[in-house]
Design a protein around this ligand. Structure first.
Ligand SMILES: Nc1ncnc2c1ncn2[C@@H]1O[C@H](C[S@+](CC[C@H]([NH3+])C(=O)[O-])CC(=O)[O-])[C@@H](O)[C@H]1O
Ligand SMILES: O=C(O)C(=O)Cc1ccccc1
Length: 293
């Protein structure tokens, strides 16, 4: 099968075809050089451009000590590959968030995707929402994420409006919501801010509204906790990460991604004003909870 990557040979091919028409005249060296240069340029734009989803090798350099994890342009350029190979069950959670949106999104309401990154959840929900005057509000405080998310959304048509905001979810207004999604975002919010945020989400949700909360979690039992961490690392190894990359990422996200237990999440949801909550999906130390207003 031909991919876009094959077409960077186009300048060389065109040159060869043109020469077939005039075989008597050999191509001057400067023309051959120009064709070669154009091919290299095309290869750069087709295969090396940051617009192409690339493989995550951010933690593969043994000479570079990883700093604290940040959602910058380096992470954005590898993010789809990174999250798919790092979060067990990610694809299922994204797909089921869409299914839930099809059931819970209400006419004349907003559906929030908090920490939307490149819009995977937003796109999944837009494919399933089929009610009038419903807007998906995607919020992320990483300028690089929001810029790329805007480009990706423009490539995917859909009838439900999307309002993308570059903003801190702790300072964004959340109102008139039929559904709110926090897919792997609360874990990056400072512990002392989580209660207030969940309280505001519960206030913003209409009766019968739903929160989807997906997180990396810890377990109260030490042996089970360690087993789940080891299984997560097995998952990463099975997806091609080396022990060096796994250790580098672990150091980089320490004190940046702060996981809590399922019990802590459910207790806080109840205190924030949700009438019920339970886990609907779990794979190792990654769980997703639904909470009803
Ligand atoms: N205070 C904040 N305000 C706004 N955004 C924030 C904040 N803190 C972190 N973020 C943003 O939350 C996102 C977390 S990634 C979510 C994946 C997505 N939900 C997905 O389903 O693909 C999860 C991960 O990378 O593990 C990043 O884009 C941050 O910039
Ligand atoms: O990679 C990990 O260990 C994770 O916990 C998931 C993750 C995915 C993407 C960015 C940061 C953390």
């Amino acid at each position: 099968m031909h991919t876009a990557d094959d077409w960077y040979f186009a300048p060389l091919l065109i040159g060869a075809l043109l020469r077939l028409r005039r075989p008597a005249e050999p191509a001057p060296p400067e023309i051959l050089f120009a064709e070669f240069f154009l091919a290299l340029l095309a290869k750069h734009y087709v295969t090396d451009s940051p617009k192409q989803p690339s493989a995550d090798t951010l933690f593969s350099d043994p000479l570079r000590a990883p700093g604290p994890f940040r959602f910058d342009s380096d992470v954005v350029s590898v993010f789809p590959d990174m999250i798919r190979r790092s979060v067990p069950g990610y694809e299922t959670v994204i797909a089921m968030s869409g299914l839930l949106a099809g059931r819970f999104a209400k006419p004349n309401s907003s559906v929030y995707d908090l920490g939307c990154s490149l819009g995977a959840t937003t796109l999944s929900m837009r494919r399933h929402i089929d009610v009038p005057n419903c807007t998906i509000v995607g919020i992320d405080n990483s300028p690089a994420m929001i810029a790329r998310c805007r480009e990706l959304l423009a490539l995917d048509a859909g009838s439900t409006a999307v309002d993308l905001r570059e903003s801190d979810i702790l300072e964004s207004e959340i109102a008139n919501a039929s559904m709110v999604v926090l897919n792997y975002t609360l874990q990056f919010v400072p512990l002392e801010e989580r209660r207030e945020l969940l309280h505001r989400i519960a206030e913003a949700l209409m009766p019968g509204g739903i929160l989807v909360l997906s997180e990396k979690v810890v377990f109260p039992d030490d042996s089970l906790n360690q087993l789940n961490i080891d299984l997560h690392h097995d998952f990463k190894r099975a997806h091609g990460y080396s022990d060096l990359e796994i250790a580098g990422k672990r150091d980089s996200i320490e004190n940046v991604l702060i996981p809590e237990s399922i019990e802590q999440h459910r207790l806080r949801l109840s205190e924030a004003g949700f009438s019920s909550s339970d886990v609907w999906f779990q794979c190792f130390n990654f769980a997703s909870i639904i909470a009803l207003k």
